[in-house]
Design a protein around this ligand. Structure first.
Ligand SMILES: Nc1ncnc2c1ncn2[C@@H]1O[C@H](COP(=O)(O)OP(=O)(O)OP(=O)(O)O)[C@@H](O)[C@H]1O
Ligand SMILES: [Mg+2]
Length: 311
């Protein structure tokens, strides 16, 4: 059983005055998410990511196709107990304190008493908000609101968690903390579905990703499949490589290039790479690092988005 399984999910919104215009938000989207994985749905603004999640939560209904969550149709309200959700641009009642928000949502999930109190304490520690628990959320920063939002999504200890742009407005330290929380949840066996346009982040935590554009999946796979390794090493160094030295190392290995202060050498011939390094060192150049170049998910995403002809 896939925790999330859609088949040819299509959503057409009728919009505009008299609902005369069609917005094709999703076109035949088929996605399977495996148990215990972090799945990242990526795509530019308006690609259909939020619509997809809203259908899985039973908030919006598809025009055609099917959506199943934890083995049940997405409209089955009983599965809601096992699901957590952090909406995009969420709005909680501003007069509540941080812990008040969690109490409110805990009660909505049918929790109460000491069990709820214990869970709130636990979550406030996990999201690092304990010291602000008594402050009204009106005074919270965007990052603080996101942390409380994440705690809210976890209040009922869900099996499956949907997060729509979870690190929106969160500073780099906070983002790292959120990533660590998500990894920890995955290690506990939870399944996490993430919508994001922050590619560098999705890259570090997702097991698999799909790229949505104009409502269609244009590519899906593991992050490794998206990030190709170039057959080339990059050498970072301290010192000055003048024309003579460059000519000398190019005579050792013809593939050597010097670009923007970084040496590039083809990965094929290990012996000549070693000789290049020796020559550099013997001419007083300090070799700081040598690494194989990898394209980032961002490079791959931008290429895909630009390549694909407009629908
Ligand atoms: N209730 C609605 N009525 C009409 N059109 C809608 C509605 N909700 C979304 N849309 C349209 O559907 C398309 C997909 O929107 P959606 O919010 O799912 O995109 P998204 O990928 O989440 O974008 P973002 O990255 O900006 O959050 C957009 O063209 C949007 O204008
Ligand atoms: Mg969205």
């Amino acid at each position: 059983m896939y925790p999330v399984e859609t088949r040819q999910l299509t959503k057409i919104y009728a919009s505009g005055l008299l609902k005369r215009f069609e917005v094709r938000a999703l076109e035949e989207v088929s996605i399977n998410v495996s148990p215990g994985e972090i799945f990242g749905l990526l795509g530019p603004n308006g690609a259909g990511k939020t619509t997809f999640v809203r259908i899985l939560l039973g908030i919006t209904h598809p025009t055609s196709g099917t959506a199943a969550v934890l083995g049940e149709p997405a409209t089955n309200y009983r599965i809601k107990k096992k699901i957590g959700f952090l909406p995009e641009n969420h709005r909680y009642p501003m007069h509540l304190t941080g812990e008040g928000v969690l109490r409110y949502f805990g009660r909505l999930s049918g929790m109460g008493g000491s069990h709820l109190k214990k869970r709130i304490d636990e979550l406030l520690h996990i999201v690092n908000m304990n010291q602000w628990r008594k402050m009204k959320i009106r005074k919270y920063s965007k990052g603080m609101l996101q942390r409380i939002g994440l705690a809210q999504a976890l209040i009922n200890d869900p099996e499956l968690i949907f997060l729509d742009e979870p690190t929106d407005g969160v500073d780099p330290v906070g983002r790292k903390e959120i990533r660590d929380i998500l990894k920890h949840l995955r290690d506990e066996g939870k399944t996490i579905f993430l919508n994001s346009h922050l590619l560098s982040e999705v890259e570090v935590i997702s097991d698999r990703v799909a790229i949505l554009k104009n409502g269609r999946v244009i590519k899906s796979g593991t992050v490794d499949e998206f990030t190709t390794t170039a057959d080339e090493y990059e050498i970072l160094y301290d010192g000055i490589i003048d024309d003579d030295l460059l000519a000398l190392i190019q005579a050792i290995d013809g593939s050597v290039r010097l670009e923007n202060g970084i040496l590039h050498v083809a990965a094929g011939n290990k012996e000549s790479i070693n000789s290049v390094l020796d020559a550099l060192r013997s001419h007083g150049i300090f070799v700081k690092s040598m690494s194989q170049r990898k394209s980032t998910l961002e490079d791959s995403f931008i290429n895909l988005i630009n390549e694909e002809p407009k629908q």
